[in-house]
Design a protein around this ligand. Structure first.
Ligand code: AMP
Length: 194
């Protein structure tokens, strides 16, 4: 039995950091589609060249390309053996339906919505921009990503709620507090202890 989970949450919700910690604690693989794409851009692969501009503008990469990237990654030995946490995918209903197909044999057993209100993430993102100088953290790109989250990604919450898989975790608090809440929610959902 492995943890196979999806972490939803606005940009700036602390999702990436918490996914890395969850992965270490549960011995599963952290699959971040944003990291995969940024690495493709750095290496200037065909995928990287195709997506660079979209990422810099805070837009969404095509569903089919994303689904094939994720399908490939979840078919590798480490993810198959140890389980995984998906960070940044799915981001649209189409991607969620693809994920349902990709994981038909070994379904997702936990979906978490790491809930942080919009005004709180905006404040955090300003700090991150100053600290990391990411090229896709311009105010315009940030605004676009947050808007796309509301229109494209929020409907997924309903999809997973209907499937009876959704757990909402309050993402406001210290990193430790939020991490403890996440670990408890994962264990409740999967029966697997950290
Ligand atoms: P992230 O690090 O998850 O914020 O992703 C950075 C950027 O990569 C996003 O703003 C999108 O341009 C792109 N991206 C990452 N994951 C996806 C996805 N599932 N669907 C479409 N675009 C994505």
């Amino acid at each position: 039995m492995t943890v196979r989970m999806v972490m939803l949450g606005r940009q700036g919700s602390g999702k990436g950091t918490q996914c890395a910690r969850v992965a270490a604690r549960f011995g599963i693989v952290h699959v971040s589609t944003g990291d995969m794409l940024r690495s493709a851009v750095r290496q200037s692969t065909p995928v990287g060249r195709a997506v660079k501009e979209i990422i810099d503008q805070g837009g969404l990469v095509d569903d089919e390309l994303m689904a094939s990237l994720v399908q490939g990654r979840l078919g590798e030995d480490d993810t198959r053996t140890s389980g995984w946490v998906l960070d940044g995918f799915p981001r649209t209903l189409g991607q969620a339906l693809s994920l349902d197909r990709i994981t038909e044999v070994r379904p997702v057993n936990c979906v978490i919505n790491l809930d942080v209100p919009k005004d709180v993430v905006l404040a955090r993102l300003t700090v991150r921009r100053e600290a990391e100088q990411r090229t896709d953290d311009s105010p315009e790109a940030v605004a676009r990503r947050l808007e796309l989250y509301e229109t494209q990604t929020a409907p997924l919450i309903e999809h997973y709620e209907r499937a009876g898989k959704l757990h909402v975790v309050d993402g406001v608090g210290s990193m430790e507090e939020v991490f403890d809440r996440l670990c408890r929610a994962i264990t409740d959902a999967t029966g697997i202890s950290a």
